[in-house]
Design a protein around this ligand. Structure first.
Ligand SMILES: [Zn+2]
Length: 264
């Protein structure tokens, strides 16, 4: 069985010097590819470096996270935009725009809320221009995000760690979007419920590392080595064989990101 991590932050300073170990753990667990997401300019550059050093295994998603909009200067936004336009054409390394979206918890003031929308739209514009799929952060904001997406011609949309009302899922699926879920699939009834509403043909697995978890993952450093347990939990929920689920997810990963190699 082969596994994939569609959403991790290898560029996070918390991984720092442990990146080589994290990659080694992933490979030992039969994880064959991962998409390392960006938060700001610095993590965009780091992810390109990691994709360069780990060709065909680490792929970069470039973008500006809503958490970083509050103190974002026009100069950094411009620099990030230029960097994405320059590197986003390299399909060997860059496979998505992410992590981008809206987060009301990080926008108490109206002015920040508006700025998050402006930056998100800018990122969607880049995704359209570069014909790259988008990885969306939609915590408590999916209903606000949904109408924004339709203004762009997007190659694909992935709702990572879906935590908005379940009622939105039918529309998400109808529009052809994907959903990725991670370690909480093993221990959270809410995540398990999300899984029941997403067809296996639209599901991806993730860790969102270095975020840490409860349940069997408590006090452990999050690495893509958690993915086999996530796949096993999905198989149980969907009443499918584990290898069947792994195969589906590998194919979804390949289709969504346009990465041919992991399936070959
Ligand atoms: Zn993330």
């Amino acid at each position: 069985m082969k596994f994939v991590d569609a959403h991790i932050h290898l560029s996070d300073p918390e991984y720092g010097s442990k990146v080589a170990y994290v990659i080694e753990e992933a490979k030992k667990s039969n994880v064959v590819a991962l998409v390392s997401n960006s938060m700001n300019y610095d993590t965009c550059t780091r992810n390109i470096q990691l994709a360069e050093e780990n060709k065909g295994f680490v792929y970069a998603a470039l973008g500006m996270h809503p958490w970083n909009v509050t103190n974002l200067t026009e100069e950094e936004l411009q620099r990030t935009r230029d960097f994405i336009l320059q590197h986003g054409v390299n399909r060997e390394k860059v496979v998505a725009i992410g992590e981008v979206g809206l987060d009301p918890q990080y926008a108490k003031r109206r002015e920040i809320k508006d700025r998050q929308v402006t930056v998100f739209k800018e990122m969607l514009g880049l995704a359209e221009k570069l014909a790259l799929p988008v990885i969306v952060h939609s915590r408590w904001s999916a209903s606000k995000i949904m109408p924004l997406l339709t203004s762009y011609s997007l190659r694909g949309v992935l709702f990572h760690w879906f935590s908005s009302p379940i009622e939105l899922l039918p529309q998400i699926i109808e529009r052809g979007y994907y959903v990725s879920e991670g370690p909480p699939t093993v221990f959270s009834s809410r995540t398990q419920e999300v899984i029941t509403h997403v067809p296996i043909t639209r599901l991806l697995t993730e860790t969102d590392g270095p975020v840490s978890y409860y349940g069997p993952f408590k006090d452990k450093m999050t690495t893509p080595a958690f993915i086999p347990q996530v796949v096993e939990a999905i198989a149980k929920i969907k009443n499918l064989k584990t290898d069947e689920v792994a195969e589906h997810i590998l194919r979804n990963f390949s289709d969504f990101f346009g990465i041919k190699k992991p399936v070959a």
